[in-house]
Design a protein around this ligand. Structure first.
Ligand code: CAA
Length: 246
């Protein structure tokens, strides 16, 4: 049984979709969850839902692409609660386009949220976690890091997330901090629902499980990685995709 009672967790991009599912799961296991997002209404909704289910949560509005805002998220959480046990870097956007049509704005937007945003929270979190000599960082990469038509920007960012994960795992291991990445496959959220119908069908046909995943499928794996049972898991890149990537 996973028990996260007394743990303080931050989940970025937790206003909806995958992040909402992750925040709810961690709270259901006893963690106090800081629900972070740029979308205040959505973040407040996630917090209300968690509290309605008997959990503990608060919202923190933050654009992770802004280093000062990301630094505030980490430092104010650590100051207020005296610690930071779990950081889940989930915030992400997509601006899909074929490479030959991709604009610099599409590239920059995705890199700044999905990759620089991860650095922006991990850097101050690594200071806090090194000092307290414990912590769990879980980064959401994607099956797309191996390449996906229309996602040169997204795939590059998500491959970068694998790189920073493995590096931080080596650097922080001696301080009892683990850093792992999850690669969700095709999970049923607003983001995947926005792809053209023919692409949706193409994606489902590539999944041996024969269905899109649910946010809970990913959240269950994160709960394990965040727990004391996963203390010997470090630098791993774990697919949660119903067998989409084998
Ligand atoms: N595999 C193979 N071929 C594909 C393909 C795929 N996944 N997606 C598109 N193509 C093909 C099309 O069939 C088309 O081929 P033809 O020229 O032979 O007809 C060609 O690529 C161009 O595609 P479009 O006609 O759709 O071109 P477009 O410029 O109108 O749109 C696009 C391009 C915006 C990339 C659009 O195809 C699209 O939105 N694709 C979905 C991209 C995708 O998979 N996004 C994942 C979103 S979910 C997410 O990001 C979460 C995660 O972690 C996975």
């Amino acid at each position: 049984m996973i028990d996260l009672t007394g743990k303080v967790a931050i989940v970025t991009g937790a206003a909806r979709g995958l992040g909402e599912g992750i925040a709810s799961k961690l709270a259901s296991l006893g963690a106090h969850v800081i629900v972070s997002d740029v979308n205040k209404e959505g973040a407040d909704h996630t917090v209300a839902q968690i509290k309605g289910n008997g959990g503990s949560a608060e919202s923190f509005i933050c654009n992770v692409a802004d280093s000062e805002e990301a630094n505030d998220l980490i430092s104010k959480t650590a100051e207020r609660h005296g610690r930071l046990d779990i950081l889940v870097n989930n915030a992400g956007i997509n601006r899909d386009s074929m490479l030959h049509k991709m604009e610099h704005g599409q590239w920059d937007a995705v890199i700044s949220v999905n990759l620089t945003g991860v650095f922006n929270t991990m850097q101050p979190a690594s200071v806090v976690m090194r000092n307290q000599e414990s912590g769990r960082i879980i980064n959401i990469s994607s099956a797309s890091w191996l390449g996906n038509v229309g996602q040169a920007n997204y795939a590059a960012a998500k491959a970068g997330v694998v790189g920073i994960t493995k590096t931080a795992a080596r650097e922080l291991a001696k301080k009892n901090v683990t850093v792992n990445a999850i690669c969700p496959g095709f999970i049923d959220t607003d983001m995947t629902r926005s792809v053209p119908e023919k692409v949706w069908d193409m994606m489902i046909s590539k999944i041996p499980a024969g269905r899109a995943g649910k946010p809970e499928d990913v959240a269950n794996c994160i709960a394990f990685l965040a727990s004391d049972q996963a203390s010997y898991m470090n630098g791993e890149v774990i697919n949660v995709g119903g067998g989409m990537v084998l």
